[in-house]
Design a protein around this ligand. Structure first.
Ligand SMILES: [Zn+2]
Length: 502
């Protein structure tokens, strides 16, 4: 089997190179007579062949940091990739742990009060020693940012204002938020964050490599057309070097057909460096008075291949309101996505042997936004053959969320403030799933004095769902939420009978 990146696939194997770059559908029309494997990073997301894809010569799926392996014929060599990013600015030292105090009330639906006769934790229930953390691999964001008019609609921000929002002197810049949301492991490189010195006027219609586009609608084809037009205009007017940037960011005028939302392409994860800059865009309606830096980051993280964070038992595609990849408003990412990006490290990593049945294990976690090592990662091997049980495909993540002025959780609301979260993360899903690619699901929110799930909500058939993970979680206590580093003490227990772990 030889491997090609999608760059070479685009040249040699794609009969229909019309990419629909949007939030839900990022690529359409991949086809060939050979089978191929689509990978998201190192994870196999889907395998296709004429036999498994009887519809033949076409599928629709997400394009998120994929490289593509083809069985035959030999494919062209992949393009060269960019060099590793330089180290980020120095990080501040992490605060020291504080004393654990008795808990307070709080919590959410779907949890039960703890039994006062709950057994004490096992004396041996301590986190196993973790291997030393890998050296930091900073995420470097670069961009070409352009204020645009659209068919005569004039932008509300000028280039100097746009630059102030990105790098300063705005109170919260995209730069400062990138540092906060990544535990100091991401940054905007000022040397490669360039704001076009003037407004680019996008006409009312045009023709791009994808076909005709208009400024009166906001289809992916239109977005792509605007991006292509702007990149060409910027190069022609100011000669700005395109190859330096990972993405083009367009500040759209109020009243544009996209509405007060933001959009991005998912077809520009690092593997695709070398594609035209216009293939990797972020669009946002800049009002001049409202600065939704978390929305811009949401779209930039789509650029890097992240998908949305949803909530169990909800059809809302943005159901996790504690995460900016859901409907979080000025919050952090969920910890599973932080970990995927290298922005968080586990305090403990548990597998099936580490969680013997009906045995509570106790852990203390700092609030997610206060420490790089901020979560428990669980590989639920007992759920095999579900993808969640495969450590190469997914895991469960336990974290603790506290609203604080410092850090990235300043906008966390009371549905999550001071509570423990359990997220499920998988990097592969069946084609029939409405959620494509990597998906995070908020499975549970648990407060002090509460047990999740209550025995009445448990079931035994295996499989990942909110009610039958066969994993119980209870919150024992938490320190004052106003501490510099608020901490929570929690316990985990795996049950094989619904009468266990109660
Ligand atoms: Zn999105």
């Amino acid at each position: 089997m030889t491997r090609a990146t999608l760059w070479s696939l685009d040249l040699s194997l794609v009969d229909d190179p019309a990419f629909f770059t949007g939030e839900e559908v990022a690529v359409h029309g991949l086809c060939d007579l050979v089978s191929y494997v689509v990978r998201v990073d190192s994870y196999v997301a889907k395998t296709y062949s004429p036999a498994t894809d009887p519809a033949g010569h076409g599928w629709t799926g997400a394009l998120q940091g994929m490289s593509v392996a083809v069985e035959s014929p030999a494919s062209p060599p992949p393009p060269s990739l960019p060099q590793p990013a330089p180290p980020p600015p120095a990080q501040s030292p992490r605060p020291q742990p504080s004393v654990v105090l008795p808990g307070e009330d709080g919590g959410d639906d779907g949890v039960a009060a703890l039994s006062p006769r709950a057994p004490p934790p096992s004396p041996s229930a301590r986190s196993p020693p973790m291997p030393p953390p890998p050296p930091p691999e900073p995420t470097r964001f670069t961009m070409l940012a352009v204020a645009v008019s659209l068919c005569g609609l004039q932008p509300a921000v000028r280039p100097d204002t746009l630059k102030g929002l990105l790098l300063g002197p705005a109170r919260t810049t995209l730069q400062s938020y990138a540092v906060a949301i990544s535990s100091g492991r991401a940054y905007l490189d000022p040397a490669d964050v360039t704001v076009a010195p003037g407004v680019v006027d996008i006409p009312c219609s045009g023709f791009s490599s994808g076909g005709p586009w208009a400024s009166s609608s906001c289809r992916p084809l239109d977005q792509q057309g605007w991006a292509e037009y702007v990149v060409a205009a910027v190069a022609a007017r100011w000669g700005l070097a395109q190859g330096r940037y990972q993405r083009v960011v367009l500040a759209l005028p109020p009243g544009n057909p996209c509405g007060p939302v933001s959009w991005a392409s998912q077809s520009c994860a690092p593997e695709f460096f070398g594609w035209p800059l216009s293939r990797c865009y972020v669009l946002w309606t800049a009002t001049g008075t409202f600065w939704p830096y978390w929305n811009i980051m949401h779209e930039m993280l789509h650029n890097t291949g992240l998908f949305h964070s949803i909530r169990a038992n909800s059809s809302d595609p943005y159901g996790d309101s504690s995460c900016i990849m859901g409907s979080g408003y000025n919050t952090c990412l969920n910890v599973a996505q932080m970990q995927r990006l290298g922005w968080a490290e586990p305090l403990a990593a548990l597998d099936e042997p580490a969680l013997p049945p009906n045995t509570w294990r106790r852990f203390t976690l700092p609030a997610l936004s206060t420490a790089l090592a901020n979560h428990i990662r669980i590989s639920p091997g007992w759920l095999a053959p579900a993808a969640l049980s495969n450590p190469n495909l997914g895991a469960l993540y336990v974290s603790y969320r506290v609203r604080a002025a410092a850090g990235c959780d300043g906008g966390l609301d009371d549905r999550h403030h001071g509570l423990v979260q359990l997220h499920a993360y998988v990097d592969t899903l069946p084609l029939t799933s409405p959620w494509r690619g990597n998906v995070t699901v908020l499975m549970a929110t648990v407060g002090p004095g509460q047990l999740w799930p209550p025995a009445a909500d448990r079931s035994l058939p295996p499989g990942p769902s909110v009610s039958n993970l066969h994993l119980a979680l209870r919150v024992v206590s938490r320190t004052p939420l106003t501490d510099a580093v608020p901490r929570v003490t929690l316990e985990l227990c795996r049950y094989t009978l619904i009468t266990e772990c109660v």
